[in-house]
Design a protein around this ligand. Sequence first.
Ligand code: SF4
Length: 234
Amino acid sequence: MPSKSRKEKKNPGSDEEYEIPDNRHNFDKIWGILGEEYPDSKPALNYGNPLELLVATVLSAQCTDVQVNRVTENLFKKYRTVEDYANADLRELEEDIYSTGFYKNKAKNIKAAAGLILERHNGGVPDTMEELVTLPGVGRKTANIVLSRGFGVIEGIAVDTHVKRLSGRMGFTNNSDPVKIEQDLITLAPKKDLDSLSITLILHGRKVCTARKPKCSECVVNRLCPSSIIFMDL
Ligand code: SF4
């Protein structure tokens, strides 16, 4: 277990209250253990093609995968092509995705992205990072997901709130900017593992290393995690 002397106050009251020591040397061991703990880490969103994956990923912002799947079950029957989204009545699309939250922005972005896909990409979802991030509502996180799961192209790693939190707690990065965290993780994991690393960290973040009160005593990597001593103390 890491020693208590490593604990330092930083920003009281937040997860950044403590300065986590560099623990990159333990990445391989931790990744090996987590890989065994979550052997079937698969994406939780339902989709049948890159367009549906893009839409589902945009909808998943600030929404659970379960709720997105509930909504897309009907949405994907109603909107089958890029044209369907591009020509959609905005108000109607908003209603169709209402329960995923932030529905006005999401509907606007999906409709505008579909329009650009038609205009610039001949109706096909682009398969490069450079092109994907020019679409409204698509940042590196969404683009990484679409590239890896829609096209089998591993460019980087999708950094969501769980990946960000766990990477910091485990001492793999001291950055808070998702783009910098992505760059830090890319140097640690083999490229082929980046997508499953993201999914695994998300699963561990939901189940054990939760934002509030992480269950360090039950955590399979607590002996290697520099934050265990901090949270077990609280
Ligand atoms: S649950 Fe605790 S020991 Fe496990 S990764 Fe999170 S902070 Fe580290």
